[in-house]
Design a protein around this ligand. Structure first.
Ligand SMILES: *[C@@H]1O[C@H](CO)[C@@H](O)[C@H](O)[C@H]1NC(C)=O
Ligand SMILES: *[C@@H]1O[C@H](CO)[C@@H](O)[C@H](O)[C@H]1NC(C)=O
Length: 205
């Protein structure tokens, strides 16, 4: 009899060792809604969103989140702010994954101008990994006639949802974009015109 106990323990231990590295796919995380929390980059009426048919991707649409510099640009258009929130709906239990945010829009930078997008993300409830680094665009990449860009930000997320009432999770962004110019005569513009958001590869944790 006494010999059985270590056997049971070692069987459990090896089962755990097998289970540990395998990450079972979790049910998809959907996007419930998105809203502007204010800022001159997303004032009332200038922010909207759409959802993909399966609701796993939200596309945030910013009508006026675009900075300008140059002789004819209004002085206060060099730097814009937008705070926004996205509500996700998580499955019950522990889910880990990656929040993928893909800002995109039109950019054109005269010689020596840089465009920067900076965002601080938080989530409630739950835990996020480190904030992504600022996105910096230079005239070396985006001079000339300008064009459309997209960039990918990835932030790890972990949620432990204990009951049905906790499934709505609010992801909040404090963001700003700004242009830095070498002088007053160079012209440039940089917009965050849209931002796709979704949770990639959710796994059970
Ligand atoms: C979660 O969000 C949905 C959609 O907005 C809403 O209908 C539901 O009441 C919310 N649930 C809770 C517990 O807040
Ligand atoms: C633009 O960015 C480059 C590279 O980071 C930097 O060397 C340069 O000083 C910046 N220019 C301005 C006007 O901030």
């Amino acid at each position: 009899m006494r010999g059985l106990l270590p056997l049971v323990f070692s069987a459990l231990a090896s089962a755990a060792a097998i289970a540990e590295p395998r990450q079972a796919a979790a049910p998809p995380v959907t996007v419930v809604s998105a809203s502007s929390l204010g800022g001159n980059g997303c004032p009332t009426g200038k922010f909207s969103y759409t959802l993909s048919i399966d609701k796993t991707v939200g596309t945030l649409i910013f009508d006026v989140y675009r900075g300008y510099v140059g002789p004819t640009a209004p002085p206060d258009s060099r730097e814009l702010f937008c705070d926004f929130a996205v509500v996700f709906r998580f499955p019950l239990g522990c889910t880990a994954g990656t929040i993928t945010a893909i800002p995109g829009g039109y950019i054109q930078l005269g010689d020596g101008i840089n465009g920067t997008f900076s965002s601080q993300y938080t989530i409630s409830p739950g835990t996020l990994g480190p904030n992504p680094a600022n996105l910096v665009f230079t005239s070396a990449q985006w001079g000339g006639g300008g064009g459309d860009y997209t960039e990918v930000q990835a932030i790890s997320v972990k949620e432990n949802i204990r009951n049905e009432n906790e499934r709505n999770v609010t992801f909040t962004a404090r963001s700003r974009l700004f242009l830095t110019a070498p002088g007053p005569d160079v012209t440039g513009q940089f917009g965050v015109d849209h931002l796709d958001i979704s949770i990639s590869q959710p796994t059970v944790c």
